[in-house]
Ligand binder design. Sequence first.
Ligand code: AVJ
Length: 332
Amino acid sequence: MTSEATEPAGALTLHNALVDDEARTLADDVREGLTAEFKELPPKHLYDTRGAELFEQICELPEYYPTRTERAILERVAGELIAQTGAAELVELGSGSATKTRLLLDAMRSAGTLESFVAVDVTESFVRDSAAELLREYPGLRVHGLIADFERHLDQLPPPRGPRLLAFLGGTIGNFAPAARRRFLRSVCGLLGPDDHLLLGTDLVKDRATLEAAYDDSAGVTAEFNRNILHVLNRELGADFDPAAFEHVARFDTEHEWIEMRLRSREAQQVKLAALELTVAFEAGEDIRTEISAKFTRERVAAELTAAGLVLAAWHTDANGWFALSLARRAG
Ligand code: AVJ
């Protein structure tokens, strides 16, 4: 279960940083989140196997532009990013099923720098499957899979095997609350050596209609994804949520410049969570916030990087200015 520095090329190592520590996190998060005056559940609990599948479906929806926009930018600039960084190791945080990974690995292979890939994700099946697949597709590649929560377990990354590119794509940084975002960027800064870079994907501020449609698609996939968190609570905590009794809501908050996903109780109701010995009362129209998804501007990205001890080294966006890839390194 641990990585060995002596591992031969073409080898796969796996490490699970979660183990049973995760069940406690869910219970604590849910107790805290559902007994607060303003009810909230952390978005990471949306991603059980079913949630991860639904998110993959979201990425294919016509309304959900971030995935394909980011991919198109990456297709265009991957070679340039690798030339600029000289990266030999790609570390992908929240690698998911690792589709965008290949664009970067291909560019590294073409540049002749490719040594190793580290996949970090909370979804164990994604880490295992993508690691095994990449090992087959890139003969000689060293692959390390880390099943972990990248807000807590970045210290469990293996030692670098050369100039490192730490990729955090998809706009997932937008799901962190501002304080968690600052903490995360600071810990990334602490991880980067002088030859390392961060590649950060951020969704950008745009008109409300485009944003809200992306989080409330006409096929109802995002609504199902949102309600999936109630299925997770039913299964993991013996809760008796009726997911149909909650309406999916997605609104752009112009003050904070983020999308909020909420589950709105259609009626006054009580829900029991057996494992927590807890009963939660909802008023009609009362919300549980399940996600924020922050939208950025170049100025905000640059300022937040600077505040974390990083500096913006390159900014790449699409023709519409809908999504951005930022390359950053340690300041000084
Ligand atoms: C996980 C950040 C890529 O916030 O856009 C998609 C999650 N939520 N639809 C996002 C999500 C609703 C997504 N990311």
